[in-house]
Write a protein of this length. Structure first.
Length: 226
């Protein structure tokens, strides 16, 4: 049976709080603290699909809004504000899912803000970071500058990336991940774009691709929490 999402409020500061949704299946073995991308919040269909799919695989999720999204703004928060939201969400997950190993990360912008926070100062209790489409560079502007901070991350990382991702060209992504050493793993999803959509001619559909992504995620979680 599908675990119901529990609405929460996360206090970031005395003057600011954001909404969150906790999905904790029976016998959960880990919790993923899961941030949204720049253009869509935690209730987007893709976030719901990921939370549901991970729940079916025994992984709880705590997804949350960044402050700008909570206010229906279009401009993402400055990094310091986003980092504070990440830390508050991790602390809330530790409270709600006491005893479960924590994984942090998210889609695109959310994953990058999480890794920046971890690079500045380790997130309490977080065992690994998982990125669903790490935005290595803006579309059409290939560069590895956005990855410079990752060398300061000293816990395992998983990069789940589509081979057609316009925000992570493979000739830059693959050597970047390799440079991080054994702590970094890369799972490439053939023919998928930044949102893990595939073209009809690929012979697969989005549901099959998402199952691949979530299976890879769950296997990696098991490898680092054993």
């Amino acid at each position: 049976m599908k675990a119901a999402a529990q609405p929460l409020q996360i206090e970031i500061s005395p003057a600011a709080s954001v909404s969150a949704l906790l999905v904790r299946p029976p016998q959960a073995r880990a919790c993923y603290v899961f941030a949204h991308g720049a253009g869509a919040g935690m209730t987007h269909a893709s976030m719901e699909t990921i939370a549901t799919g991970l729940g079916e695989r025994g992984i709880a999720t705590l997804r949350y809004q960044f402050p700008y999204m909570e206010k229906a703004g279009k401009r993402p928060d400055p990094p310091a504000v986003a980092h504070a939201a990440v830390r508050a969400a991790v602390a809330e997950a530790a409270r709600c899912c006491a005893g479960l190993p924590l994984i942090a990360g998210g889609k695109s912008f959310g994953g990058r803000m999480t890794s920046q926070a971890q690079a500045i100062a380790p997130l309490d209790g977080v065992r690994g970071l998982a990125f669903l489409g790490f935005p290595l560079h803006p579309a059409g502007k290939p560069s590895s500058d956005r990855a410079k901070h990752l060398s300061a991350v000293k816990i395992p990382m998983l990069f789940l990336q589509g081979t057609r991702d316009a925000l992570a060209e493979l000739n830059l992504l693959e050597p970047m991940v390799k440079s991080l050493g054994a702590q970094a793993a890369l799972h490439l999803v053939k023919e998928a774009d930044h949102s893990f959509h595939v073209l009809v001619r690929s012979g697969r559909n989005d549901r099959e691709v998402m199952n691949e992504v979530l299976d890879a995620f769950a296997a990696w979680v098991d490898s680092i929490i054993r």
